[in-house]
Design a protein around this ligand. Sequence first.
Ligand code: ARG
Length: 588
Amino acid sequence: MAPVKPLSASVAQQLTSAISATLPETTDVDPLLRRSDRADYQANGILALAKKNKANPRDLATDVVANLTTGDVIKDVEVSGPGFLNITISDRAITETLAARAADGDRLGVPLKDQPGISVIDYAQPNVAKEMHVGHLRSAVIGDALRGMLDFTGEQTIGRHHIGDWGTQFGMLIQYLIENPDELSAETDTDGEQAMSNLNRVYKASRAVFDADEAFKERARKRVVALQSGDKETLDLWQRFVDESKVYFYSVFEKLDMEIRDDEIVGESAYNDGMPETARLLEEMGVAVRSEGALVVFFDEIRGKDDKPVPLIVQKADGGFGYAASDLTAIRNRVQDLHATSLIYVVDVRQSLHFKMVFEAARRAGWLTDEVTAHNMGYGTVLGADGKPFKTREGETVRLEDLLDEAVERATAVVREKAEKVGLSEEEIVENGRYVGIGAVKYADLSTSANRDYKFDLDQMVSLNGDTSVYLQYAYARIKSILRKAEGADPVAHPELELAPAERTLGLHLDAFGTTVFEAASEYAPHKLAAYLYQLASLFTSFYDQCPVIKPRPAQEIAENRLFLCDLTARTLHQGMALLGIRTPERL
Ligand code: ARG
């Protein structure tokens, strides 16, 4: 029986099924399709199968060809080299498959996962009373894109913004505020920048007193105890720091054009109540042991200098809990209460040892089971255009807001240059400038594989040429303008038409959208989607150069079919960019 072809199957998937159908049912073989210069696809999988069955690969390939039903999908197939298959797809199959996708609204024919899991994504986790830095930017941008892609595959995602809202530094801050009550305005500020500058001032001032005044230091220490024991006045003041910081966080996230939900801001402090139990359980199970008064977990394979084992500290000798205890308690919550099947931490690669130890401890305790994966998506450092760690000329850390403002400013200048020709209003220029500028920052981050360091180079980011979001946004707007200009012709697929080479190449790339999103999502690799989109825009450019759509106007059906390709390209660009958190203005 011919394999039933589900609507959502791509051409490549139909081809895979057709090849598999020629093999005995028991063989589970991936034909390993690759796009190829000689034909549309080359299948390399026969070689591995022949090796396994101790058969001659060329003979096996010849058998496959003899049994392969050509017709609907396959136009031509031949054996080449030691046992590859070169396959040419029929034009009809390309257009028909794309037409089915085009008829499927925003999903573009991309199926939903059969068995979606629940992924808890820990991302965008700045620290209270502190300025956000470029590292926090990466976490937010990458986490948001991961989430967009996973959601699109049907996975259920839950965000967790594990903000740094606990620790001994609050003793100092709160004590200072008690002694200088007017320093933080009673009303919570609504202006993010104002909020941060207030917090900065308090932070600096309290630090200065803390360092200079022994008596204050002692009072600050006592304040930590009061905070930990839940003293009301102390907690109220702590809350003010948190609230004021959130005003600031939200202003940055809004600038980033990113939606962050309040119920998903669940910081370190949220796990306070569970930490004593975490410690007790670990000790009872023998996962953690007492060492010099502290409760720690040791790992054979993790050793520091002089070969001494590096422990994970669950509870300090003074009874206090820290970062690790909060993360371990969070795991219990995420697995047992949220029923997560995957835990993803988008956190600086410099914390990878911490996560390695936390995950291992949680596995030993049985909180992480074989059914649950845990992954630290550790990202690299943000460097300046000079390749050195990102600093201002004066050697200070760059303020995130200044950075984003500058990106928007530069982008607005780029947009303005072309605005007159496109007929954009001042309002549209401002709006587009924002989308282009923020998109540039996000795309530069997402298009490099996350574990690599990347250069924050605004000149390059807003450049119209090369692998930038601006290039993609212009490609999108250009297609939209083509579609508007095509009076008297609508995008209509015509499967009966023969396709030009550039149409085939574009069509087969469009065909790969679904598999690309699935691959990028399951590998936590947004850069694969970014690379796909960039190639899509480039292929569109060659198509448009070689296949006139409007001028000179081709025959009606050809024009309609080409407009159909334009339309599907635009929608794919739009959807793909949206998954990455980047807007595509209609006119640019
Ligand atoms: N707030 C931390 C920082 O700024 C990142 C938190 C990461 N998440 C976690 N579950 N530990 O470095």
